[in-house]
Ligand binder design. Sequence first.
Ligand code: SF4
Length: 399
Amino acid sequence: MAQKRVIVSGMRPTGKLHLGHYFGVIKNWLKLQDKEGDKYIFIADWHALTTSYTNVEKLKENIEQLMLDWLACGLDPEKNVLFIQSKVKEHAELYLLFGMITPKSWLELNPTYKDLKYNLLKLYNLKAQFLEKVLPLVPALVEGLKLKVEDEKKFKDLLAEEISEAIVKALFEGYVEAELLKKLNIDKKLLYQIDTYGFLGYPVLQAADILIYKGNTVPVGEDQLPHIELTREIARRFNRLYGETFPEPQPLLTETPKVVGIDGRKMSKSYNNAIYLSDTAEEVEQKVRKMVTDPQRVRKTDPGRPEICPVFTLHKLFTDEQTLKMIEEDCRTARIGCVQCKKILAQNINNFLEPIRERRNYYASNKGELWDIFNQGSEQARKVASQTMEEVRKKMNLP
Ligand code: SF4
């Protein structure tokens, strides 16, 4: 008999969603929700803490924003189990037990962790170099400033530490790979703070998130493949040690079209270039009006190059074939101006967002209903998760 498909996927609550999230993740979930199989879609709030544990003031608000965005986009609680990770404590229990059987080296080889370590080492090294140079200067400084210092050693250490910190911070930009910060979705100041046990272990938590539902299909982008491989390795190891329990999940590679932001770079909250699903029609118009275009097209009479124009790239996602063709030709022959072209784009984005806004407003004014959906989903997920845990405890001879 063919195995039932069990899809597990999640998203960290980091604020409101933008068009990049919609086309990168949500659109795929919407496609999958009408296909056969069980779908568990969760808000990964514990994962958010692995990089942002110092910054929890907005966590609950971010969770709610994500709930609103998901339902607004049309994720259907009848077709998916929509839930909040921290409300299903069994994830934490399985995470702990998986932690017992996962060799540390598997985690240290995780590319994101390796990148973090590499960047941190570069910074520590830089700091050490400065300390070496700064320390010998301190006695002269104390002398020159005629300072009365009771504990010279303590003062020397403090001064050296402060100076080197300040210098390292000033040089930070050039020394840390911007891509890593973007990938981790953190501020550069936070990089020092995430060299934690929680961050090292987050792929184990991911494995628990998937396997607790016996998930066998995980929709991911290419960059997530190493994590799925680790989940498979953990499943294999558990099965070998305690008997066949977990499936080895397969990645379902998802198509992620290029979604550019208003400055032409990849759309991202950290670049401050995003169009949010919750933006008003006026905000969308304003943002599109500000978009960069073909830099060679200075006057309306200059022919344009749609292939390098971010406005045209976005048109491809929102504009029908016929209009798209017309814009392409008219741009090349300077028959359409950028102002007009942007007006069409803003209108089309607004047409697309209008039903999303409507549903969002509905749930924003009916928060009780919104939370009920996610609380019930969490309860539903919990039933399945606790069955798996019973089986796991039995296999591991836990009382
Ligand atoms: S007409 Fe449109 S596609 Fe052509 S350069 Fe202007 S904004 Fe870009």
